[in-house]
Design a protein. Structure first.
Length: 73
């Protein structure tokens, strides 16, 4: 699995008045499948976003694709 986090902080926000935005991207093989290259996905999938200055649970949100790919409980 290839999971990457991309952080975005424009130069005008360096005053720390606005929080950083983080995007969790994935471009790997399905769980249990062999790793392959090129990946089965043409573009990375956006799984989650974090934005805000509060606690993690209040600032982290799964996208519909991220929710769909969560392990079964």
């Amino acid at each position: 699995m290839t999971l990457r986090r991309l952080g975005f902080l424009p130069a005008v926000l360096l005053t720390a008045e606005e929080p950083m935005v983080s995007f969790d991207l994935w471009n790997g093989s399905a769980p249990g499948a062999e790793q392959s290259w090129p990946s089965e996905h043409e573009e990375p999938l956006l799984l989650a976003v974090r934005f805000g200055t509060g606690p993690f649970r209040q600032t982290f949100t799964f996208t519909p694709e991220g929710r769909r790919r969560l392990p079964a409980e």
